[in-house]
Write a protein that binds this ligand. Structure first.
Ligand code: PDD
Length: 277
């Protein structure tokens, strides 16, 4: 594992931030998770530009330019010696005596952590997973990848207790996204996913999956769907940096399609594997 704190390589024991850091006290910051395949970060430019947009949205200055972040991430990845890795980046507003309004001129705190990928058992990709529905109690700026993840971690834990791989949120009669993934359904040969608005994170893998589907001549509609439509779908799948493309075969007690990963899902997974190898 490699730790970089405010641009300096440190050991984990020295990767320490202030108790007055606003990331710690207010969840005042954003993060990114980038997957490296075969020693090469996947879609790093898209992740870093999303991070830049997130920081702009909450008015934290970028502590480094995109090019410098890119260089530092590559250096950290190389130092880790890992070919398959996750690169975690977090930027917070910085440290200051606790008060809601941040003082002007704070220096953002930023960390980069590189570690191995979590092992997702390969049979999950082959057999598909169960998901569990959970009310979306989050705020209305879900496109910002903030470190305020309590609704997400709580939902994920409840899903796990129900034997589900992921919690999928619904709000106002529509499915939004997973606790750490986006969700797609396939119906009548067409692919549907929630539009990229303020209700969801605009997942990088979501974008890649849409491009893959369109490249395969499959029609994609960015249109929200209801829990009922999900249950009646022919196929469903999740997308995410850690999750990659994961077939969904069960929603709580209901089986999706024939209970096996669907053929359009498999085609998209195959192509995804191709471009990440
Ligand atoms: N989560 N939606 C939410 C709420 C997420 O947290 C994530 C990613 C996604 C998928 O986005 P992407 O394809 O860009 O990874 C969707 C990261 C991986 C995490 O929190 O670990």
């Amino acid at each position: 594992e490699v730790f970089v704190l405010n641009g300096k390589f440190v050991d984990q024991n020295n990767a320490i931030v202030s108790a007055e850091d606003r990331g710690f006290q207010f969840g005042d910051g954003v993060y990114e998770v980038i997957r490296a395949y075969n020693g090469k970060p996947f879609c790093m430019d898209r992740h870093l530009s999303r991070m830049k947009q997130g920081l702009e949205a909450i008015r934290i200055p970028m502590p480094l330019g995109i090019k410098e972040f890119e260089k530092l991430c590559n250096e950290a990845l190389e130092k880790s010696g890992l070919k398959e890795a996750l690169i975690y980046i977090q930027v917070t507003r910085g440290a200051a005596p606790r008060q809601h309004i941040p003082p002007k001129g704070l220096k953002p705190t930023f960390v980069i952590i590189v570690r191995g990928t979590p092992d997702i058992p390969p049979e999950l990709k082959e057999q598909g997973v169960k998901i569990s529905l959970s009310p979306d109690i989050r705020w209305h700026k879900c496109y910002i990848k903030t470190v305020q993840l309590l609704p997400n971690t709580m939902a994920k834990e409840e899903a796990k207790e129900k034997g589900a791989f992921e919690a999928v949120f619904f709000r106002d009669g529509i499915i939004t996204e997973g606790s750490s993934s986006n969700i797609f359904i396939v119906k009548g040969g067409r692919v549907f996913t929630h539009p990229a608005n303020e209700r969801i994170l605009h997942g990088i893998t979501r974008g890649v999956a849409i491009e893959i589907a369109e490249g395969l001549g499959i029609e994609v509609e960015e249109r929200a769907f209801s829990p009922e439509e999900l249950l009646k779908a022919d196929e469903a799948f999740l997308t995410g940096t850690g999750t990659e493309i994961m077939p969904v075969v069960q929603v709580d007690d209901d089986i999706i399609g024939n209970g096996k990963p669907g053929h359009i899902t498999k085609k998209i997974m195959e192509k995804f594997k191709e471009i990440t190898n």
